[in-house]
Design a protein around this ligand. Structure first.
Ligand code: NDP
Length: 510
């Protein structure tokens, strides 16, 4: 299907309004499936970042946004969810033509998850313990003590290109739920849906509560991370950039959450039902052409079943249909860019050089009607060892490494032998074996007989170098609050405050 795309120009979204960048500069956004320009977007500079931060700062410091009652805030969150649903068609279209995610996935998963996330946060916010009363202390004396949970302030979100609008909401929804304000810097490949989201959200919140600045990460992103008036930064992307953000945030001791890369292990046990484990493992690695941080890229298979599993993996992979992501029949869309395609192809060459055996795919493909797109065949390597580059580094493309094991302890040891710890999975009919493996696997989420099962009411984030902190779930609300202890003395006379004697030797000081 060929769609004629009108090239629209998107300004920045600051203080509830569309604003051109001060420099007047723009950059182009491309459709990774066709190579066509689909939009022009304002290229923000330091001055624009200042304006966005000021808008967010003023909305936090000078409006009642942060003091809104939980019930009222829940209504706002529900209204945003409704607003997203009303604009679903446009969001899905913009997301598909800029990120290359298939319309089947974006429309039937991402947009629904976003609506549900705001509704879930609305529910959580009504139950959230904003104020907790502590028991009266026996020592040092009668007092009322509270713990208050308060918003952090201005939160910067720096987001990636793989599932741009969904991942943006993982940061925006809890931030707004807790009364923060935000400035979002979307990936330069995919800023369109974040800009659109800001426009939708702005209908329900005071001006300045949500702002979007677009432009290069090394300028716009770093300016946000460095800025003393930004109180928190939440980032999703590469471990390398995550490291530099963490170092930069240290300059202002900024609260930081990071959701980074993965090299997730997926273990098929000998008793697994291969009719589920084989399609499930392919779903785990080839969804969105492997460009998902939690993809199950290392598949551990028992010696005994190795050949049968590989045969089944290869024959099922060959049924996957590459194509234009706007086509509902497409199974596998493009990767995000020429650079990403070349990086993936280089990993494939490295794997061959390192002695892995290519059993499926391995090449770029030309898709009819999308001749300038960036497509790669779903690729499977066998004879991979856990120390090879393809088994150690995040490829972020449709490449599966099959690694043999002889016993489960060996599989778990190899599974955990990585700097990452985002996701893991195990396929078995034996619940005891499943939970035993789940306990031993060092990962923020473990799927048993499934993959990619992220839930809006469950935390998501990494062990080890896959990140710090959790998104989604009620735990994500904690990441957007800070704790205040409030002590009210019930002892009205100084001479009865015996602890003052710690300073005054004259106990009759009053
Ligand atoms: P990056 O980590 O570079 O980009 C993620 C976000 O960070 C983008 O918004 C980017 O902006 C911004 N950014 C880039 N440099 C800086 C900086 N110095 N300071 C602040 N923000 C910055 O990912 P890439 O696009 O380069 O992809 C490279 C690899 O990262 C992939 O191959 C994959 O391995 C991994 N990745 C992981 C993701 C995940 O979900 N964990 C998602 C995306 C990528 P801009 O787009 O303008 O450069």
């Amino acid at each position: 299907m060929t769609v004629q795309v009108e090239v629209q120009t998107f300004p920045l979204f600051i203080n509830g309004e569309w604003q051109q960048a001060k420099s007047g500069e723009t950059f182009e956004v491309f459709n990774p499936a066709t190579g066509n320009v689909v939009a022009r977007v304002a290229r923000a500079g330091e001055e624009d970042v200042e304006l966005a931060i000021k808008a967010a700062r003023d909305a936090f410091d000078k409006t009642d946004w942060k003091n809104m009652k939980p019930k009222e805030r829940a209504k706002v969150l529900n209204a945003i969810g409704h607003g997203i649903a009303e604009h679903a068609e446009e969001l899905v279209y913009l997301e598909t033509i800029s990120s290359g995610g298939t319309v089947r996935r974006v429309s039937s998963n991402d947009v629904l998850q976003m609506v549900d996330l705001f509704n879930t946060m609305a529910k959580f916010v009504k139950e959230y313990p904003f104020s907790e009363t502590l028991p009266s202390p026996p020592f040092p004396g009668p007092a009322h003590n509270f713990i208050w949970r308060e918003p952090i302030g201005v939160c910067a979100a720096i987001t990636p290109w793989n599932m741009p609008m969904l991942i943006a909401t993982w940061k925006i929804a809890p931030a707004l739920a807790m009364g923060n304000t935000g400035v979002i810097k979307p990936a330069s490949f995919t800023p369109l849906t974040t800009l659109k989201l800001a426009e939708i959200i702005s209908k329900f919140v005071p001006p300045g509560v949500i702002n979007v600045v677009t432009g290069p990460g090394a300028e716009v992103g770093e300016a946000l991370v460095r800025h003393p008036k930004v109180d928190k930064v939440a980032f999703t992307g590469s471990t390398e950039v995550g490291r530099s953000i963490m170092a930069l945030a240290a300059g202002t001791i900024k609260n930081t959450t990071l959701e980074l890369g993965g090299k997730s292990p997926n273990i098929i046990l000998e008793d697994a039902d291969l009719d589920i484990a084989v399609p499930g493992s392919l779903f785990g690695v080839f969804l969105h052409s492997g460009q998902l941080c939690e993809s199950g890229t290392r598949l551990f298979v028992p010696d005994k079943l190795h050949d049968e599993i590989v045969d089944r993996l290869v024959s099922l992979t060959k049924t996957l249909k590459p194509g234009n992501p706007l086509d509902l029949a497409t199974d596998v869309g493009p990767v995000i860019s020429k650079k990403q395609k070349e990086s993936i192809l280089a990993y494939i060459e490295d794997a061959k050089r390192d002695g892995a055996t290519l059993v499926c795919g391995g090449n770029e493909i030309t898709v009819e009607g999308c001749e300038n797109g960036h497509f790669i065949e779903p690729t499977i390597f066998t004879n991979v060892t856990n120390d090879m580059k393809i088994a150690r580094e995040e490829i972020f493309g449709p490449v599966l490494s099959v690694i043999r094991y002889s016993n489960i302890d060996e599989a778990i040891e190899m599974a955990n032998d990585t700097i990452y710890g985002l996701a893991a999975g195990v396929w078995t009919r034996d619940v005891n074996k499943a939970y035993d493996a789940a306990r031993k696997l060092q990962a923020g989420v473990v799927w048993i007989n499934d993959w990619h099962m992220l839930r809006n009411d469950a935390p998501f984030g990494g062990y080890k170098q896959s990140g710090i902190g959790r998104e989604m779930g009620r735990h994500s609300l904690d990441a957007y609050t800070q704790l205040k202890h409030v002590h009210t003395s019930m002892v009205p006379e100084a001479h009865r405050k015996t602890w003052y004697q710690l300073l005054f030797s004259n106990t009759n000081q009053s």
